[in-house]
Design a protein around this ligand. Sequence first.
Ligand code: SAM
Length: 317
Amino acid sequence: MGKSSKDKRDLYYRKAKEEGYRARSAFKLLQLNDQFHFLDDPNLKRVVDLCAAPGSWSQVLSRKLFEGQKDVEGRKIVAVDLQKMSPIDHVTTIQADITHPKTLNRILELFGNEKADFVCSDGAPDVTGLHDLDEYIQQQLIMSALQLTCCVLKRNGTFIAKIFRGRDIDMLYSQLGYLFDKIVCAKPRSSRGTSMEAFIVCLSYNPPQDWEPKLDINQSTEQFFEKIPSLNGISELSIDDQSHTKAQLPSWSLEERSIAEFMSCGGLDSFDSDATYHIDADDSRQRESLDPVQSPTNPPYKEALELKRRGKLTRAI
Ligand code: SAM
């Protein structure tokens, strides 16, 4: 959340502070859950939060799975991020890269080699400002999250992930259809209307019976999915190459693209993403300014600020 006055008036930003969430994105997961109720399942035991820092989704998971719950035996939440995360009750945090196979082993170890019931990923790379490159890296991250999920999720489990609805997103829907019984593209009311961001909700994981997915640092996405003929060429999904016209796409025909059901989540009574926190000008009540719920532990810009303070931040020419 930036420092501009508009951001500071953002209703969800303020509500997040009031309710003790580290980021406004908590409301996206809450609104997705209002629609699909995946976190209300009493049988939910093992949950993975990929790309979890600063941790507002993990806070939602912790509250849903543990607060006021009687039967919490066997419940475990594992949160993974490249960034270090401050502790959250009932959440085991791992500082790791989701694209590395070692991360999968660490998650499985923490689950005693049992599979997870639910995996979510709100992953977003640092943006470069080069639109095509940013979209490409984001799609690579989704593919990494999907591969890890295929190895850790149990049959009938649920996977949700942030996506950007780019040009070739319909092919991703189509391919996910081979792995899950139902795919929905959902847009929570708290996700900005102007953003291409949405979430794929993949229900009932149902891969081919004889497929044993395995992560290997040396194999491509294509090799990972090669045992599933219908998924061959899935890596082409992630290359949004401007030079590919529909007619030129190597192994994809228009029939292979599918349109996922689209759903707006959060109910008509929830606030619009651009709503501002309204304070009447003549309201004389004492207002308290709330500190951030959790300051960033080790943000990437920390080193740059330190260099700038010492006058050593120079731009290469
Ligand atoms: N869901 C989080 C929350 O509610 O607080 C916000 C997630 S933030 C939008 C995206 C996160 O993705 C960043 O913290 C970033 O470090 C993480 N990320 C990006 N690439 C990653 C990778 N390869 N492995 C692990 N985390 C990654």
